[in-house]
Design a protein around this ligand. Structure first.
Ligand code: PLP
Length: 364
């Protein structure tokens, strides 16, 4: 019997692989693994947010506000930019999908660095946009090489800043130089999912360049610094004319009531949440120092995770972590990304990493 005919892209597309040992699965050696695979906030939700969630729960027989009005107003106040320059989505991945669908014509290409955010390739394939991957140089974006790859077919360039999974960030001057090389007809998306964790003084947000470059959009998320990963809310900022059209590529009612209300509450409690980010940044410094001291090669990170360049040993080390009750993200033949979690979970990871080095030194 024949099966229904679906797009052939689905035959080749790799299904998203959740990290080993985290969710209910066959290979879950520890009942409560240390959750260092998904770059989430290690902090429990703050009371103001859980109260907003409870209040919103009482209204879920009604559809959400399709225009995310209250949230958009709160975002506009926070960023001091006009409301019509925002689009809100069910996670910033939904906005990335909208971006790719908005440029997905036959022959269209998207340029991005590699390795970078794992979902870019799948979203591009689904939208029918051909991926042009430009290798990182020393774990960082090679912006001149990316600019060299732009052709009349290029409709979108994605710059993940700081880059997931390596944690490196693009500096202001390099970004300015790059933007001046992109034709105004080609969209540029700066994925700033980890912007709140940046401390390097020479890194600035893409927002500073939006006035000069209407082809630039900036993506942010409530999933990381704001601690709302489970609710799926992200947003995009850019030129009102561009954003207004991109918004049409988003499903109406996609951002649910609970998420909208929680995100507004999180913005009201922003100062408190940004203090939690400070704590994560301090832990990042501590874990990075300990790893480097232990002989690991780890680039300086501007995000809430660290990148262990392991090459051929990546899978073995990822397994080692899983078996030691630590969930990490493995990139086969490249490296392992470990999130900065609670001090206790970070210590658990450092102990497992140190033990691995002792073991491999003994084997050698
Ligand atoms: C985590 C992450 C996101 C956030 O996705 P949401 O859909 O908002 O949870 C976006 N981009 C990158 C690079 C990320 O690492």
């Amino acid at each position: 019997m024949s099966l229904p005919r679906l797009r052939t892209v689905l035959d080749d597309l790799a299904a998203y692989q959740p990290s080993e040992g985290v969710y209910a699965s066959a290979r879950r050696p520890h009942p409560r693994p240390r959750p260092l695979s998904a770059n989430e906030s290690p902090h429990d939700p703050v009371p103001g947010v859980t109260e907003a969630i409870a209040d919103a729960g009482a209204t879920i027989n009604r559809y959400p506000d399709p225009g995310c009005g209250a949230l958009t107003r709160a975002l506009a106040r926070t960023h001091e930019i006009a409301e019509d320059r925002f689009a809100v989505g069910a996670g910033s991945v939904a906005l990335l999908q909208a971006l790719l669908q908005s440029v997905g014509e036959p022959g269209a290409e998207v340029v991005y660095a590699w390795p970078s955010f794992e979902l870019y390739p799948a979203l591009a394939d689904l939208a029918g946009v051909a991926s042009v991957r430009v290798p990182l140089a020393d774990d960082a974006h090679d912006l001149p090489a990316m600019a060299d790859r732009i052709t009349p077919r290029t409709r979108l360039v994605i710059v993940c800043n700081p880059n997931n999974p390596t944690g490196t960030a693009v500096g202001r001057d390099d970004l300015a130089g790059f933007l001046s090389r992109v034709p105004p007809t080609c969209l540029v998306a700066l994925d700033e999912a980890y912007y709140e964790y940046v401390r390097a003084p020479d890194v600035s947000t893409g927002l500073d360049f939006c006035a000069a470059h209407p082809n630039l959009v900036v993506l942010r998320t409530f999933s990381k610094a704001y601690g709302l990963a489970g609710l799926r809310t992200g947003y995009l900022m850019g030129d009102a004319r561009v954003v207004g059209r991109l918004r049409k590529a988003c499903l109406p009612y996609a951002v649910n009531t609970v998420a909208q209300r929680a995100a507004v509450a999180a913005l009201e409690l922003r100062a408190e949440l940004l203090r939690q980010v400070d704590a994560t940044v301090a832990e990042r410094t501590r874990v990075h120092r300990a790893l480097v001291h232990g002989g690991w090669e780890v680039p300086a990170s501007e995000a809430n995770f660290l990148w262990l360049r392991l090459g051929a040993n990546a899978v073995a080390f990822g397994r080692w972590c899983t078996d030691h009750g630590i969930a990490v993200r493995t990139f086969p033949d490249q490296g392992v990304r470990v999130s900065i979690g609670s001090a206790e979970d970070n210590d658990g990871f450092l102990a497992a990493a140190a033990e691995w080095r002792t073991r491999t030194a003994a084997d050698a």
